[in-house]
Design a protein around this ligand. Structure first.
Ligand code: NAP
Ligand code: SF4
Length: 669
């Protein structure tokens, strides 16, 4: 299985057991007070899962480089000793780990931020201080010292974060470096800072220590690097002593989604491939690679030597081991949603993973195998996200589990989500549960509407109600008019939808429906994604961006909400902006402060910001949220059956798959 992915990578002084790198991702566990117990458990689990090499989240070389106040840094032997717990745990399980050194520069979320020039980032509330020559030299020394401390802490190497628009990248690109001294001006002077760092690090750590340099190969911002500059930088970095070069794609301020689920798999491997002939050190590629098949294909076709995946190892710590042992059908695939990982990190909430709520909570929610319980006969009602999660969790704990589903297939709301263009990854989640049902021995009863009488008769000791939600029907005159269609009928194609559409409700489902209704027929290819987002594959312009291709509207769509303010404000923090831009580019109108009066043959009668008008549309699609469905609760509890209600059946407000799956994992019977 996957011969290229599992071929060792010889780095001269050390060998990596396979070509999989768990890429850097800041989780917040790096900032744990006291010992790094949780970080150690998090990496130990992934090491056990067979990944060849891992990179920690960004650790600052000094206080100014902090991502946020009191962020993790590596500036002393005491801090290095704290990390020994992490590195020992990883080594015990036969994997290797590098520490990423990241200086946030003008992206720092604190007021003492510094940069090559005093130019504020569009995504930052603070203007940075321009660095003096003395401070630049001190910062280079801090990088080298941090690398030496990382070695003291037991790391196998470090990664120097030179991409994504952080400090080093800010020196390299003319967009952010407008100096005219030895650290800025022409290209040679702009790349002096990264090169001096690379040389100082290598001099300090010696030849037998992995040093990965992450080069921004495609900035995706105006006035970024040219391709010729990327090549020249990579070659200079190699000469300065890098062991491997990793691929960085897109600055954080870029208005191009580069890792969201709407990005086709492997959409950026072509960038790494362009560099393959130009350098001699191994190249690592990244971005939206989430299956062993895609990773194998990339390495086999010579597009890179190694594949970096970060979120896929959050979703399934055993990704590598399952692939190696012929169990890739049981991999819990990362769906690229960002909902529990990056959205939580940016909101300073505890991160985890939508499809794997155990991620980052290894010390809090123990693995299933450790929890074998006295075998009980349990019924789980509803095979949507919550029911699937609960049934497989309970069966994994050793119970006899019967899963009842009134429909002809498992999935519930996933079956709606999977039809949205750009959300096809939900098919993988369904494949995973389908196989896990078999693996854990859940008895699946499809096309079976469970009744209280039957459940009582069959003597289940416990019933888990995961009966989900039904769409809310708002009280609007004419809501039963033929022009009014529920989102379920629109998305499943049960009713034809005309060319002029109004959508009532601007939540996730309103946006999903608008996406479906405005996506051109030919959709899903890397070329189409590149054209839609203005990615310049010829690299004619600095930063590799061009004006996005003009879209011919498929339909005229307007999304409406009653509340005042930004439409779709509650969409995901790291992905909502991309959904809004995509729909605006397709001509979708977004209106707030709307009151709904009537639906009739003319269309939808509304008042918008105090002005009465009629939206002459063919159809009005109702995406006004959901209500819980738990009709079995009362008869079962009255009969003395122990019932636990989870997911949408428990609480429809703010329901998403993240909460549904977590409820299932935490079910207590
Ligand atoms: P939602 O996010 O609660 O949005 C419901 C929308 O309907 C709101 O815009 C609300 O706005 C409007 N609304 C509520 N009651 C109404 C009423 N009585 N009459 C008219 N309009 C009403 O629900 P959803 O869009 O159905 O999504 C359900 C859940 O799935 C959410 O938690 C969502 O996060 C999740 N989801 C997430 C994604 C994603 O991409 N992350 C995608 C799909 C679904 P006003 O009250 O301002 O009118
Ligand atoms: Fe992947 Fe979503 Fe999990 Fe993040 S939360 S790791 S994007 S599945």
């Amino acid at each position: 299985m996957y011969p290229h992915l599992f071929s060792p990578l010889d780095l001269g002084f050390t060998t990596l057991k396979n070509r999989m790198l768990m890429g850097s991702m800041h989780t917040g566990l790096e900032e744990e007070k006291g010992n790094l117990t949780r970080l150690a458990a998090y990496f130990a689990e992934r090491a056990k899962g067979g990944v060849g090499l891992m990179v920690t989240g960004g650790i600052a070389p000094n206080r100014q480089g902090w991502l946020m106040p009191f962020g993790a840094k590596m500036t002393s032997s005491a801090e290095a000793r704290k990390h020994q717990m992490v590195t020992t745990a990883v080594h015990e399980h036969g994997s290797k780990i590098c520490m990423q050194i990241l200086h946030a520069g003008r992206y720092a979320a604190h007021p003492f931020l510094i940069a090559p020039s005093a130019i504020q980032a569009p995504i930052s509330p603070f203007k940075p201080w321009k660095m003096s020559g003395r401070l630049i030299r001190a910062t280079i020394a801090d990088f080298a010292n941090a690398a030496a401390y990382a070695r003291e802490g037991g790391y196998d190497g470090i990664e120097i974060m030179g991409s994504e628009g952080y400090l080093i990248n800010q020196f390299i690109a003319p967009r952010t470096n407008q100096r005219d001294d030895e650290w800025g001006g022409d290209f040679e002077r702009r790349i002096r800072f990264p090169l001096e760092i690379m040389k100082a690090v290598r001099a300090k750590v010696g030849p037998d220590f992995i040093v990965i340099f992450r080069v921004s190969m495609l900035d995706l911002v105006e006035n970024g690097s040219t391709w010729e500059e990327v090549v020249a930088l990579a070659q200079a970095i190699e000469r300065a002593g890098a062991t491997m070069i990793n691929t960085g794609i897109g600055w954080h301020e870029a208005r191009v989604p580069t890792i969201a689920t709407l990005v086709p798999r492997g959409a950026y491997a072509w960038v790494t491939e362009r560099l393959m002939e130009a350098v001699n050190v191994p190249l690592i590629t990244s971005n939206r690679i989430n299956t062993p098949e895609k990773a194998e294909e990339i390495i086999a076709s010579g597009m890179a030597h190694m594949v970096s995946m970060a979120r896929p190892f959050l979703a399934d710590p055993y990704f590598a081991e399952k692939a190696r042992t012929g169990k890739s059908h049981l991999i819990n695939t990362c769906i690229g949603c960002n909902q529990a990982c990056l959205d939580h990190v940016f909101a300073r909430k505890e991160p985890s993973c939508l499809v794997n709520p155990r991620a980052c909570r290894e010390t809090i929610i123990p693995p299933v195998a450790q929890e074998k319980e006295t075998r009980k006969k349990i019924a789980v009602i509803g095979a949507g996200p919550a029911g699937l999660s609960a049934a497989t969790e309970l069966a994994g704990r050793g119970h006899e589990v019967h899963l009842f589903e009134s429909g002809s297939e498992i999935g519930g709301q996933f079956n709606i989500a999977k039809r949205i263009p750009g959300k096809e990854e939900f098919y993988e989640t369904l494949r995973y549960y389908q196989n896990l049902i078999r693996e854990t021995g859940v008895v699946l009863h499809l096309n079976t509407r469970a009744t209280a009488t039957a459940l009582i008769e069959q003597q289940f000791s416990d019933v888990v109600l995961a009966t989900g939600v039904v769409p809310r029907t708002p009280t609007i005159e004419g809501i039963n008019h033929p022009k009014a269609i529920s989102y379920i009928d629109a998305i499943l194609g049960n009713k034809p939808v005309g060319n002029k559409v109004a959508i009532i409700g601007a939540g996730g489902i309103g946006f999903d429906t608008a996406t479906l209704l405005t996506t051109p027929k030919e959709h899903g290819s890397i070329q189409e994604y590149q054209a839609e987002w203005g990615i310049d594959t010829t690299y004619t312009n600095r930063g590799g961006i061009i004006r996005p291709a003009k879209q011919t509207p498929v339909r005229q769509v307007v999304i409406l909400q009653r509340s005042k303010g930004k439409v779709g404000a509650k969409l995901g923090k790291t992905t909502g902006w991309a959904h809004r831009i995509a729909l605006k580019n397709r001509g979708v109108q977004m209106l707030d402060d709307v009151q709904y009066h009537k639906i009739d043959d003319l269309g939808l009668h509304v008042t918008i910001k105090g002005e009465a008008q009629v939206l002459e549309v063919d159809h009005v699609i109702i995406c006004a949220g959901q209500e819980s469905l738990r009709e079995l609760l009362e008869p079962l509890t009255s009969a003395g059956v122990r019932v636990q209600v989870i997911g949408g059946a428990k609480e429809a407000a703010e329901l998403d798959a993240k909460r549904a799956i977590e409820d299932g994992i935490l079910v207590n019977v």
